[in-house]
Design a protein around this ligand. Structure first.
Ligand code: CQM
Length: 288
């Protein structure tokens, strides 16, 4: 489990076998859904915060709850808690939220006390078009005093250090009649603050561009997913029973984007599409 070897080398990464001892690593954290948190998430989503002053909390609130909290000296170079605590010290520099699959068992209400229990489920090495990838699968359970509210499987991906970003593709106009959105630096900062996420790719432009090689600040995966979750609930009249998403390409802060959806046999297929015509996130929502 040593971290001595240089970041980003094949030798340091080793094989899946070398990381087996981390499977089953777990942590717990408690939180309360404070009115301020519900109102803050609603505000970042450009919704009427007053509507959430009572219950239930805005959908996607679980991604803001019981975040890992490390003291300042316990942070890694990317602004996340240093690896090697709950999460394995994977020696690939760039961390991204690759995707999640969540089941909603019960509503989360403003005022609820919530316990999050998280466990490392698996560690899988893959070769992607962009290079070596290491996926760490983590399960989360969010419980209130009424019982299980949300269970989720999250995939975190680690990749080699960033090559400079390719020139941004040309923008093209969206089809007329679509609601064009944008998550600029203020929205990214406010969502980072709500989630106590210190990941520098979301607010430190020089780091995002020059160290990790992105074309700009990166829009959080869970923020895009929360927008899609709200769209799904709006179209169907209630929160989906299950919701999954996969990040396909980074959405850059300030880039215009639209949300889209089509009906499937048992729910909705949803996506985020940027102004270059790139699908940055694909999601599915199911109702029993
Ligand atoms: C994930 C990237 C690096 C793969 O990039 P790639 O092009 O190299 O991969 P690929 O060639 O398309 O696929 C290789 C293998 O990986 C799998 N794969 C491929 N994609 C996924 C995925 N999403 N989830 C699960 N599996 C995936 C894929 O199925 C395939 O498996 P196979 O060999 O068995 O067929 C690339 O698609 C990408 O950059 N996606 C965007 C990610 C993103 O923007 N996330 C949100 C922002 S980061 C964030 O929110 C952070 C936060 C909140 O601070 C925080 O740290 O928690």
């Amino acid at each position: 489990m040593g971290t001595e070897k240089a970041l980003g080398t094949e030798e340091a990464l080793g094989t899946e076998e070398a990381w087996r001892d981390w499977i089953g690593s777990s942590e717990e954290a408690d939180d309360v859904i404070a009115p301020r948190l519900s109102a803050g998430l609603a505000a970042v989503l450009d919704l009427d915060a007053a509507a959430y002053a009572g219950q239930p909390a805005p959908l996607g609130i679980h991604w803001c709850l019981a975040p890992p909290i490390a003291r300042q000296s316990g942070l890694g170079p990317d602004g996340h808690p240093a690896r090697g605590g709950f999460l394995p010290p994977i020696p690939l520099q760039r961390r991204m939220w690759a995707g999640s699959s969540a089941t909603f068992h019960d509503a989360l209400l403003t005022g609820d006390r919530v316990k999050r229990r998280s466990t490392v489920a698996d560690i899988v090495m893959k070769q992607g078009r962009s290079g070596r990838l290491c996926f760490v699968g983590v399960t989360h359970r969010y419980e209130t005093e009424r019982g299980l509210a949300v269970s989720e499987r999250q995939d975190i991906v680690y990749r080699d250090g960033g090559a400079p970003a390719a020139a941004t593709a040309e923008t093209r106009p969206f089809a007329p009649g679509q609601d064009v959105l944008e998550a600029g630096p203020v929205a990214l900062f406010r969502y980072s603050a709500l989630t106590f996420n210190g990941h520098r790719i979301h607010y430190d432009l020089a780091y995002a561009r020059d160290v990790e090689g992105y074309a700009g600040l990166v829009v959080h995966g869970p923020l895009q997913a929360t927008l899609l979750l709200h769209r799904a609930a709006r179209l169907h009249g209630r929160c989906p029973d299950r919701f999954s998403f996969r990040g396909m390409a980074p959405l850059i802060g300030g880039q215009a984007f639209v949300l889209g959806s089509t009906t499937t046999a048992d729910g909705l297929a949803l996506h985020v599409e940027s102004d270059t015509g790139t699908r940055t996130m694909a999601a599915e929502a199911w109702w029993a």
